[in-house]
Design a protein around this ligand. Structure first.
Ligand SMILES: Nc1nc2c(ncn2[C@@H]2O[C@H](COP(=O)(O)OP(=O)(O)OP(=O)(O)O)[C@@H](O)[C@H]2O)c(=O)[nH]1
Ligand SMILES: [Mg+2]
Length: 298
Protein backbone atom coordinates (compact mmCIF):
# COMPACT_ATOMS: atom_id res chain seq x y z
CA UNK A 1 0.00 0.00 0.00
CA UNK A 2 1.02 3.63 -0.33
CA UNK A 3 3.40 5.25 2.10
CA UNK A 4 1.28 8.30 2.94
CA UNK A 5 -2.47 8.95 2.91
CA UNK A 6 -3.91 10.57 -0.19
CA UNK A 7 -4.06 14.36 0.19
CA UNK A 8 -7.20 15.00 -1.87
CA UNK A 9 -7.16 18.71 -1.27
CA UNK A 10 -3.57 19.16 -2.45
CA UNK A 11 -4.17 16.94 -5.48
CA UNK A 12 -7.35 18.82 -6.43
CA UNK A 13 -5.58 22.16 -6.21
CA UNK A 14 -2.58 20.96 -8.18
CA UNK A 15 -4.81 19.54 -10.93
CA UNK A 16 -6.71 22.83 -11.16
CA UNK A 17 -3.44 24.75 -11.40
CA UNK A 18 -2.28 22.47 -14.19
CA UNK A 19 -5.59 22.67 -16.03
CA UNK A 20 -5.11 26.44 -16.21
CA UNK A 21 -1.36 26.51 -16.85
CA UNK A 22 -0.11 28.30 -19.97
CA UNK A 23 2.77 27.11 -22.14
CA UNK A 24 4.99 29.67 -20.38
CA UNK A 25 3.96 28.26 -17.00
CA UNK A 26 4.90 24.78 -18.19
CA UNK A 27 8.24 25.97 -19.54
CA UNK A 28 9.02 27.74 -16.27
CA UNK A 29 7.88 24.98 -13.94
CA UNK A 30 10.71 23.18 -12.18
CA UNK A 31 11.69 19.90 -13.75
CA UNK A 32 9.86 17.25 -11.85
CA UNK A 33 11.85 14.30 -10.74
CA UNK A 34 10.35 11.17 -12.19
CA UNK A 35 8.13 9.38 -9.73
CA UNK A 36 9.61 6.14 -8.50
CA UNK A 37 6.79 4.06 -9.86
CA UNK A 38 4.29 5.12 -12.46
CA UNK A 39 0.57 4.40 -12.36
CA UNK A 40 -0.83 1.97 -14.87
CA UNK A 41 -2.84 4.00 -17.34
CA UNK A 42 -6.00 2.56 -18.78
CA UNK A 43 -8.05 4.43 -21.36
CA UNK A 44 -11.79 3.95 -21.81
CA UNK A 45 -13.00 5.52 -24.99
CA UNK A 46 -16.10 5.46 -27.15
CA UNK A 47 -18.95 7.48 -28.59
CA UNK A 48 -21.06 9.76 -26.36
CA UNK A 49 -23.35 7.70 -24.15
CA UNK A 50 -21.51 4.41 -24.78
CA UNK A 51 -21.52 3.77 -21.04
CA UNK A 52 -17.90 4.74 -20.38
CA UNK A 53 -18.53 6.42 -17.03
CA UNK A 54 -20.74 3.62 -15.77
CA UNK A 55 -18.15 1.04 -16.77
CA UNK A 56 -15.31 3.12 -15.27
CA UNK A 57 -17.23 3.24 -12.00
CA UNK A 58 -17.81 -0.50 -11.83
CA UNK A 59 -14.27 -1.25 -12.92
CA UNK A 60 -12.99 1.09 -10.24
CA UNK A 61 -15.11 -0.63 -7.58
CA UNK A 62 -13.73 -3.95 -8.75
CA UNK A 63 -10.10 -2.85 -8.97
CA UNK A 64 -9.80 -0.31 -6.14
CA UNK A 65 -9.35 -2.65 -3.15
CA UNK A 66 -5.66 -2.58 -2.27
CA UNK A 67 -4.86 0.09 -4.83
CA UNK A 68 -4.87 3.86 -5.10
CA UNK A 69 -7.01 4.44 -8.14
CA UNK A 70 -7.92 7.63 -9.98
CA UNK A 71 -10.56 8.28 -12.62
CA UNK A 72 -9.92 11.26 -14.87
CA UNK A 73 -12.84 11.97 -17.18
CA UNK A 74 -12.20 14.34 -20.06
CA UNK A 75 -15.46 16.13 -20.47
CA UNK A 76 -15.88 18.05 -23.71
CA UNK A 77 -18.65 20.20 -22.28
CA UNK A 78 -18.40 21.66 -18.82
CA UNK A 79 -17.10 20.20 -15.59
CA UNK A 80 -19.78 18.07 -13.97
CA UNK A 81 -20.42 16.75 -10.51
CA UNK A 82 -18.85 13.52 -9.29
CA UNK A 83 -22.21 11.77 -9.48
CA UNK A 84 -22.64 12.34 -13.19
CA UNK A 85 -19.06 11.39 -13.94
CA UNK A 86 -19.77 7.90 -12.78
CA UNK A 87 -22.90 7.53 -14.85
CA UNK A 88 -26.31 7.37 -13.28
CA UNK A 89 -26.19 3.71 -12.35
CA UNK A 90 -23.68 3.96 -9.54
CA UNK A 91 -24.71 5.72 -6.41
CA UNK A 92 -22.03 7.76 -4.74
CA UNK A 93 -22.57 5.96 -1.43
CA UNK A 94 -21.32 2.75 -3.04
CA UNK A 95 -17.97 4.52 -3.35
CA UNK A 96 -17.83 6.20 0.05
CA UNK A 97 -15.94 3.37 1.69
CA UNK A 98 -13.28 3.38 -1.00
CA UNK A 99 -10.86 5.85 0.50
CA UNK A 100 -8.17 5.37 -2.13
CA UNK A 101 -10.44 6.29 -5.04
CA UNK A 102 -10.20 9.76 -6.57
CA UNK A 103 -12.52 11.03 -9.32
CA UNK A 104 -12.12 14.18 -11.32
CA UNK A 105 -13.64 15.63 -14.47
CA UNK A 106 -11.47 17.81 -16.69
CA UNK A 107 -12.79 20.24 -19.30
CA UNK A 108 -11.39 20.06 -22.82
CA UNK A 109 -12.84 23.17 -24.42
CA UNK A 110 -9.63 24.76 -25.59
CA UNK A 111 -7.52 21.74 -26.48
CA UNK A 112 -7.01 21.17 -30.16
CA UNK A 113 -6.57 17.40 -29.84
CA UNK A 114 -9.88 16.96 -28.00
CA UNK A 115 -8.21 16.04 -24.74
CA UNK A 116 -6.97 18.60 -22.26
CA UNK A 117 -3.87 20.63 -23.09
CA UNK A 118 -1.92 19.74 -19.99
CA UNK A 119 -3.14 16.18 -19.63
CA UNK A 120 0.39 14.69 -19.81
CA UNK A 121 1.38 16.83 -16.82
CA UNK A 122 -1.80 15.89 -14.96
CA UNK A 123 -1.09 12.21 -15.49
CA UNK A 124 2.46 12.70 -14.19
CA UNK A 125 0.98 14.39 -11.15
CA UNK A 126 -1.04 11.24 -10.46
CA UNK A 127 2.29 9.38 -10.38
CA UNK A 128 3.67 11.88 -7.90
CA UNK A 129 0.64 11.29 -5.70
CA UNK A 130 1.51 7.60 -5.79
CA UNK A 131 -1.51 6.33 -7.68
CA UNK A 132 -1.27 2.71 -8.72
CA UNK A 133 -3.73 3.09 -11.51
CA UNK A 134 -5.53 5.78 -13.51
CA UNK A 135 -8.62 5.25 -15.65
CA UNK A 136 -8.88 7.90 -18.35
CA UNK A 137 -12.32 8.41 -19.89
CA UNK A 138 -12.37 10.14 -23.28
CA UNK A 139 -15.28 10.77 -25.65
CA UNK A 140 -15.28 10.64 -29.37
CA UNK A 141 -14.41 8.82 -32.50
CA UNK A 142 -11.49 10.17 -34.47
CA UNK A 143 -8.70 12.47 -33.45
CA UNK A 144 -9.35 12.06 -29.74
CA UNK A 145 -8.44 8.38 -29.85
CA UNK A 146 -5.04 9.09 -31.37
CA UNK A 147 -4.31 11.49 -28.58
CA UNK A 148 -5.67 9.12 -25.93
CA UNK A 149 -3.79 6.13 -27.39
CA UNK A 150 -0.47 7.74 -26.67
CA UNK A 151 -1.35 8.66 -23.08
CA UNK A 152 -2.37 5.21 -21.89
CA UNK A 153 -0.85 1.74 -21.69
CA UNK A 154 -4.06 -0.13 -22.36
CA UNK A 155 -6.77 1.31 -24.60
CA UNK A 156 -10.27 -0.10 -24.22
CA UNK A 157 -12.70 0.85 -26.99
CA UNK A 158 -16.41 0.64 -26.16
CA UNK A 159 -18.84 -0.07 -28.97
CA UNK A 160 -22.60 -0.36 -28.75
CA UNK A 161 -24.61 -3.21 -30.29
CA UNK A 162 -26.59 -2.33 -33.39
CA UNK A 163 -24.88 1.03 -33.74
CA UNK A 164 -22.80 2.57 -36.50
CA UNK A 165 -19.86 2.59 -34.08
CA UNK A 166 -17.82 -0.01 -35.96
CA UNK A 167 -18.17 1.72 -39.31
CA UNK A 168 -17.23 5.00 -37.69
CA UNK A 169 -14.27 3.46 -35.91
CA UNK A 170 -13.07 1.74 -39.08
CA UNK A 171 -13.29 4.97 -41.04
CA UNK A 172 -11.29 6.79 -38.41
CA UNK A 173 -8.66 4.02 -38.29
CA UNK A 174 -9.33 3.29 -34.63
CA UNK A 175 -9.78 -0.45 -34.99
CA UNK A 176 -5.98 -0.83 -35.11
CA UNK A 177 -5.51 1.23 -31.98
CA UNK A 178 -7.57 -0.61 -29.39
CA UNK A 179 -6.04 -3.29 -27.19
CA UNK A 180 -9.42 -4.48 -25.98
CA UNK A 181 -12.80 -4.11 -27.67
CA UNK A 182 -15.83 -4.08 -25.42
CA UNK A 183 -19.31 -4.50 -26.78
CA UNK A 184 -20.95 -2.54 -24.00
CA UNK A 185 -24.60 -2.68 -22.93
CA UNK A 186 -24.51 -6.29 -24.04
CA UNK A 187 -27.93 -6.72 -22.44
CA UNK A 188 -29.27 -5.00 -25.57
CA UNK A 189 -30.04 -7.03 -28.71
CA UNK A 190 -27.38 -7.58 -31.34
CA UNK A 191 -24.36 -7.78 -29.00
CA UNK A 192 -23.26 -11.30 -30.01
CA UNK A 193 -23.45 -10.47 -33.71
CA UNK A 194 -21.46 -7.29 -33.13
CA UNK A 195 -18.80 -9.27 -31.25
CA UNK A 196 -18.39 -11.77 -34.08
CA UNK A 197 -18.25 -8.94 -36.64
CA UNK A 198 -15.45 -7.27 -34.72
CA UNK A 199 -13.56 -10.53 -34.26
CA UNK A 200 -13.73 -11.03 -38.00
CA UNK A 201 -12.61 -7.48 -38.80
CA UNK A 202 -9.80 -7.52 -36.29
CA UNK A 203 -8.54 -10.91 -37.50
CA UNK A 204 -8.26 -9.43 -41.00
CA UNK A 205 -6.08 -6.58 -39.78
CA UNK A 206 -2.35 -7.05 -40.21
CA UNK A 207 -0.56 -7.90 -37.00
CA UNK A 208 3.18 -7.84 -36.68
CA UNK A 209 4.90 -10.92 -35.34
CA UNK A 210 4.69 -10.99 -31.55
CA UNK A 211 2.23 -8.12 -31.32
CA UNK A 212 -0.77 -8.10 -29.00
CA UNK A 213 -3.91 -9.56 -30.54
CA UNK A 214 -6.82 -7.38 -29.45
CA UNK A 215 -9.52 -9.20 -27.55
CA UNK A 216 -13.28 -8.76 -27.88
CA UNK A 217 -15.45 -8.89 -24.75
CA UNK A 218 -19.09 -8.31 -23.94
CA UNK A 219 -19.94 -6.15 -20.94
CA UNK A 220 -23.02 -5.00 -19.16
CA UNK A 221 -23.39 -3.02 -15.97
CA UNK A 222 -25.96 -5.56 -14.76
CA UNK A 223 -23.47 -8.45 -15.09
CA UNK A 224 -20.68 -8.24 -12.48
CA UNK A 225 -18.94 -11.25 -14.06
CA UNK A 226 -18.50 -9.24 -17.28
CA UNK A 227 -16.77 -6.47 -15.32
CA UNK A 228 -14.51 -9.03 -13.65
CA UNK A 229 -13.64 -10.51 -17.05
CA UNK A 230 -12.72 -7.09 -18.45
CA UNK A 231 -10.63 -6.39 -15.39
CA UNK A 232 -8.75 -9.65 -15.90
CA UNK A 233 -8.18 -8.87 -19.56
CA UNK A 234 -6.72 -5.48 -18.62
CA UNK A 235 -4.34 -7.25 -16.24
CA UNK A 236 -3.42 -9.71 -18.98
CA UNK A 237 -2.58 -6.83 -21.33
CA UNK A 238 -0.56 -5.06 -18.65
CA UNK A 239 1.39 -8.24 -17.97
CA UNK A 240 2.01 -8.61 -21.70
CA UNK A 241 3.45 -5.07 -21.80
CA UNK A 242 5.90 -5.95 -19.04
CA UNK A 243 6.84 -9.27 -20.58
CA UNK A 244 7.57 -7.65 -23.93
CA UNK A 245 9.44 -4.62 -22.59
CA UNK A 246 6.86 -2.26 -24.03
CA UNK A 247 6.85 0.29 -21.21
CA UNK A 248 9.98 2.08 -22.39
CA UNK A 249 8.64 2.38 -25.95
CA UNK A 250 5.35 3.77 -24.62
CA UNK A 251 7.23 6.28 -22.47
CA UNK A 252 9.23 7.50 -25.44
CA UNK A 253 6.16 7.79 -27.69
CA UNK A 254 4.45 9.78 -24.97
CA UNK A 255 7.41 12.14 -24.57
CA UNK A 256 7.58 12.67 -28.34
CA UNK A 257 3.87 13.52 -28.50
CA UNK A 258 4.11 15.86 -25.52
CA UNK A 259 7.02 17.83 -26.94
CA UNK A 260 5.39 18.15 -30.34
CA UNK A 261 2.14 19.38 -28.80
CA UNK A 262 3.93 21.87 -26.56
CA UNK A 263 5.87 23.34 -29.47
CA UNK A 264 2.76 23.46 -31.68
CA UNK A 265 0.75 25.23 -28.99
CA UNK A 266 3.55 27.64 -28.28
CA UNK A 267 4.02 28.42 -31.97
CA UNK A 268 0.27 29.03 -32.32
CA UNK A 269 0.27 31.46 -29.39
CA UNK A 270 3.30 33.38 -30.63
CA UNK A 271 1.92 33.72 -34.16
CA UNK A 272 -1.52 34.75 -32.89
CA UNK A 273 -0.16 37.68 -30.88
CA UNK A 274 1.80 39.35 -33.70
CA UNK A 275 0.60 42.60 -35.24
CA UNK A 276 -0.38 42.48 -38.92
CA UNK A 277 2.79 44.47 -39.73
CA UNK A 278 4.92 41.54 -38.48
CA UNK A 279 3.91 39.62 -41.59
CA UNK A 280 5.13 42.36 -43.93
CA UNK A 281 8.74 41.51 -43.05
CA UNK A 282 10.69 39.01 -45.16
CA UNK A 283 9.82 35.42 -44.31
CA UNK A 284 13.24 34.54 -42.88
CA UNK A 285 13.03 37.48 -40.52
CA UNK A 286 9.54 36.45 -39.40
CA UNK A 287 10.86 32.96 -38.73
CA UNK A 288 13.86 34.18 -36.72
CA UNK A 289 11.73 36.41 -34.54
CA UNK A 290 9.00 33.82 -34.03
CA UNK A 291 11.51 31.11 -33.08
CA UNK A 292 13.15 33.42 -30.56
CA UNK A 293 9.81 34.11 -28.94
CA UNK A 294 8.82 30.45 -28.96
CA UNK A 295 11.94 29.57 -26.98
CA UNK A 296 11.64 32.44 -24.51
CA UNK A 297 10.37 31.32 -21.12
CA UNK A 298 8.04 34.25 -20.55
N1 LIG B 1 -28.80 -1.10 -21.07
C1 LIG B 1 -27.68 -0.64 -20.54
N2 LIG B 1 -27.53 0.69 -20.31
C2 LIG B 1 -26.38 1.13 -19.77
C3 LIG B 1 -25.31 0.24 -19.46
N3 LIG B 1 -24.29 0.97 -18.96
C4 LIG B 1 -24.69 2.26 -18.98
N4 LIG B 1 -25.95 2.36 -19.46
C5 LIG B 1 -26.74 3.60 -19.62
O1 LIG B 1 -26.22 4.37 -20.69
C6 LIG B 1 -26.36 5.77 -20.41
C7 LIG B 1 -25.02 6.47 -20.59
O2 LIG B 1 -24.14 6.00 -19.60
P1 LIG B 1 -22.80 6.76 -19.23
O3 LIG B 1 -22.02 5.81 -18.38
O4 LIG B 1 -23.07 8.10 -18.70
O5 LIG B 1 -22.14 6.87 -20.68
P2 LIG B 1 -20.84 7.72 -21.12
O6 LIG B 1 -20.26 6.99 -22.26
O7 LIG B 1 -19.97 7.99 -19.96
O8 LIG B 1 -21.53 9.05 -21.60
P3 LIG B 1 -20.79 10.45 -21.95
O9 LIG B 1 -19.70 10.67 -20.93
O10 LIG B 1 -21.88 11.46 -21.85
O11 LIG B 1 -20.27 10.29 -23.33
C8 LIG B 1 -26.91 5.87 -18.99
O12 LIG B 1 -28.29 6.10 -19.07
C9 LIG B 1 -26.61 4.51 -18.41
O13 LIG B 1 -27.54 4.15 -17.42
C10 LIG B 1 -25.51 -1.16 -19.69
O14 LIG B 1 -24.63 -2.01 -19.46
N5 LIG B 1 -26.70 -1.54 -20.26
MG1 LIG C 1 -19.18 9.83 -19.26
Amino acid sequence: MNSKPLDRHALGQALTRLANASTSDLMRSPQRTLALSAARRIGLTGAPGAGKSTLAGYLALHRAPGRRLGILAIDPSSPRSGGAILGDRIRMDELKGVSQLYIRSIGSRSASDGLSDNLPEMLDLMDEFEFNEVLLETVGVGQVEYAARVQVDTLVLLLLPESGDVVQAMKAGIMEMADIFVINKADLPGAQKMASDIKRISSLARHDEGSWRPSVLLASSSKPESIAALSEEIDRHQAWLDLNDRRKVLRQQRARYRLRRLIERRAGEVIARQDPSFFEAPMVQQLDLALQQIGRKS
